[in-house]
Design a protein around this ligand. Structure first.
Ligand code: BMA
Length: 373
């Protein structure tokens, strides 16, 4: 029953992207043919069809025992098909580095995004930028509030603008061979309800966080990086109510996707913590998305190391199947030499591979081949 109610709510979606409001007919028509609007429609279609696209972070970049092998993917090596959605991270682009924080060359990332788009797939990008004040990583929350310093005029303001500019340049560089912009879901300043990132809840005020989003959007627009579907993605931490979820919402012009990040930390099949938390977060995100005419997604999830072999069909799927989410993304399969045991999708030979094949075959779950259909 809940599903029917939620599907009806999803069907009320009318927006065609953040740039859609207050436009003349000609402008509205031009906006509707933009690649970001086409991507939003694709996400809306998944929701109205009651389908959920499966996504995997860094899927074509590396897996447990390989790195940067053309056409490789742990997911594809298990089920013979790519995830519908690839996720990537821009961390270190702010430092003009050649590779991101997990060693993925930005040129390789660009090629993979363009290739996945060409084969009908969807791409999403997150960003773990370093701390502009301390120059530590995203998780460096020591010392003063970064945003107080970053948002007022001065050297740090120039720094953050340049950093956001680098991210925007990368996104604007995503083009097909014939020069058409490739749309991506961009999910900046994620998990802000948590306390582990320098833009997190205890490290800035509500207004500062919102101003950071606005600055990001402004720079993307100025740089011509308009091929973007914007995703807002609070973490389950400190997010018990709709008020908590919406507290730092930048506004309808700034977000297209209402996400939620919820990880599982239990290999015990009887543990219901994850299920309850996903229910709480997706109840909130779905209701708020319906009110604001936005897409819903489980933007990050997973059980590190997949120590529960039936996790995909017995824990993840039951938790999400009654929600009109357009997609679900699990985190990366780190190379064993980099971070052993840090993987969220099975690889060939892993005991959860047979269960993942069952998950792949579920009618509601969408991988690349289904998306093409
Ligand atoms: C985290 C871990 C880290 C990684 C970061 C950014 O959750 O996977 O090892 O560096 O995401 O991808």
């Amino acid at each position: 029953m809940r599903k029917l109610i939620l599907m009806a709510a999803a069907a009320t979606i009318i927006t065609t992207g953040c740039g859609g409001s207050g436009k003349s007919n000609a402008e509205a028509e031009a906006a509707a043919t933009r690649t970001d609007s086409i991507l939003i429609k694709k996400l809306q279609q998944l929701q109205t069809d009651g389908k959920i696209a499966y996504g995997h972070h860094d899927d074509p970049s590396y897996g447990l025992r390989w790195r940067f092998i053309a056409d490789s993917s742990d997911v594809k090596n298990v089920v013979g098909d790519y995830p519908a959605l690839f996720s990537f991270d821009l961390g270190m682009i702010e430092w003009n580095a050649d590779k991101n924080l997990d060693g993925v060359p930005f040129d390789y990332m660009r090629e993979q995004i363009i290739a996945h788009d060409a084969r009908g797939g969807i791409n999403t990008i997150s960003w773990h930028p370093r701390n502009p004040l301390t120059k530590g990583n995203s998780w460096d929350v020591k010392g003063d509030s970064v945003l107080v310093n970053v948002l007022k005029e001065g050297e740090l303001n120039d720094t953050i603008k340049a950093w956001i500019g680098n991210a925007a340049d990368f996104v604007a560089s995503l083009k097909t061979a014939d020069g058409k912009p490739v749309p991506v879901i961009f999910r900046p300043w994620h998990e802000h309800t948590g306390e582990w990132f320098w833009w997190g809840v205890n490290h800035c005020t509500q207004q500062e966080y919102i101003d950071l989003w606005k600055l990001t959007r402004q720079i993307f627009d100025e740089k011509g990086a308009t091929n973007v579907v914007w995703a807002y993605s609070p973490d389950k931490s400190n997010c018990m109510t709709a008020e908590d979820y919406m507290e730092r919402y930048p506004g309808d012009e700034y977000a297209d996707v209402f996400g939620a990040d919820v990880y599982d930390f239990s290999t015990d099949p009887a543990d219901s913590t994850f299920t309850k938390t996903v229910t709480r977060m997706l109840d909130i995100a779905t209701a708020e998305a319906a009110k604001h005419g936005k897409v819903v997604a489980l933007t990050e999830t997973g059980l590190e190391g997949l120590g529960y072999n039936e996790w995909y069909t017995q824990r993840l799927y039951p938790a999400i199947k009654d929600y009109p989410i357009a997609y679900v993304t699990v985190w990366r399969n780190a190379h064993a030499d980099d971070k052993a045991g840090h993987f969220y999708a099975p690889y060939p030979g892993h005991p959860s591979a047979p269960d993942f094949v069952k998950f792949y075959n579920l009618d509601q779950m969408v991988f690349l081949n289904d998306l093409k259909k």
